[in-house]
Ligand binder design. Structure first.
Ligand code: CUA
Length: 320
């Protein structure tokens, strides 16, 4: 009778423990204050009830008492703040060495691309015990990628990359929800996350139709879109000299801009430079690059990013 009823979602990632601990602590803290305040209220109601033989005496206040009732809550609040911030920062900071998946949300489905190029819809297969980073973007409205068993949730926004990471700790099949109302079929925008043993994950990958590796797909796009006429990408100076910055070893570094500022050369900057190339122009170059708005799909931009990420220079600069 109760198999479909549980107070707690399953715990299947390394975040489940720390996040549940904070949640339980807050719940316990609130409960103990409720008990303390209501029982004190009841006690006082009884003890200081109106009686004909007693006259109330006015109280002027008490400094020690006020310090205590301000100090204890302040300390508790700061404790929760410090603890919560630590966990929050950990959840928000993806590890540098992780498996990188691309997720595209659209009305009303999730598209996932694996690091080796395989893709799937409304499901995500991941190997047990690996750190998984998802780079996500929406093709239309705001969605939200939510896996309760992993205790992770992040908005998936049009025009902006968001990322999310987790490390699964238990083999199984878990719910994937869209947690942001996104139109008529929002409630059908669900899927599953399947955690497999690494060997089973490899078998699963091998059983998928061969698709182009994102890096290869990106390299091909780089030629087809004629990016290589202005940008060097590992094969010498382009004909006519470098009209755009060399892109080898740039990803993950900080890039100087023509207005004297610098920008982190990351997913967001690459995407912006493709769509609005003159918004933040690289130092030392003319605003010659045309916009590729409407000419590249979001999944193609992600492939181009994978390609640029792979262009590490010989001395290892550009490592993330
Ligand atoms: Cu997508 Cu709700």
């Amino acid at each position: 009778m109760f198999e479909n009823f549980s107070l707690w979602p399953e715990s299947a990632s390394t975040f489940a423990g720390p996040i549940d601990a904070i949640y339980l602590f807050l719940l316990g803290l609130s409960a103990s204050f409720v008990v303390f305040i209501l029982s004190t209220l009841a006690l006082f109601c009884f003890r200081y009830r109106r009686r004909p033989d007693r006259q109330p005496v006015p109280i002027e206040g008490s400094l020690p008492l006020e310090l205590v009732w301000s100090g204890i809550p302040l300390a508790l609040v700061f404790f929760v703040f410090g603890w919560g911030t630590r966990v929050f920062v950990r959840v928000l900071t993806p590890p540098a060495e992780a498996m990188s998946f691309h997720v595209t949300g659209k009305q009303w489905m999730w598209k996932v691309q694996h690091p080796t190029g395989q893709s799937e819809i409304n499901s995500l297969h991941v190997p047990l015990g690996e750190e998984i980073v998802l780079t996500m973007i929406s093709e239309d409205v705001i969605h939200s990628f939510f896996v309760p068993a992993f205790r992770v949730k992040s908005d998936v926004v049009p025009g902006l990359y968001s990322s999310l990471w987790f490390k699964p700790t238990k083999v199984g099949v878990y719910h994937l929800f869209c947690a942001e109302y996104c139109g008529t079929k929002h409630s059908e925008m669900v899927g599953q996350v399947v955690v497999l043993d690494p060997a089973d994950y490899q078998l699963w990958l091998d059983g998928r139709p061969a698709e182009k590796d994102p890096i290869e797909a990106g390299a091909l796009l780089f030629q087809n879109l004629r990016c290589d006429t202005c940008h060097t990408a590992g094969s010498g100076v382009p004909p006519g000299g470098a009209r755009g910055p060399d892109l080898v070893g740039r990803f993950g570094t900080s890039a100087p801009l023509s207005d004297g500022q610098t920008v982190r050369f990351d997913e967001r900057y690459v995407r912006e430079s493709l769509l609005e190339p003159n918004k933040r122009l690289s130092a030392g170059f003319q605003p010659l690059m045309p916009s590729y708005q409407g000419q590249v799909r979001e999944d193609e931009i992600l492939s181009l990013i994978a390609y640029l990420k792979s262009l590490q220079s010989a001395d290892g600069s550009g490592e993330r």
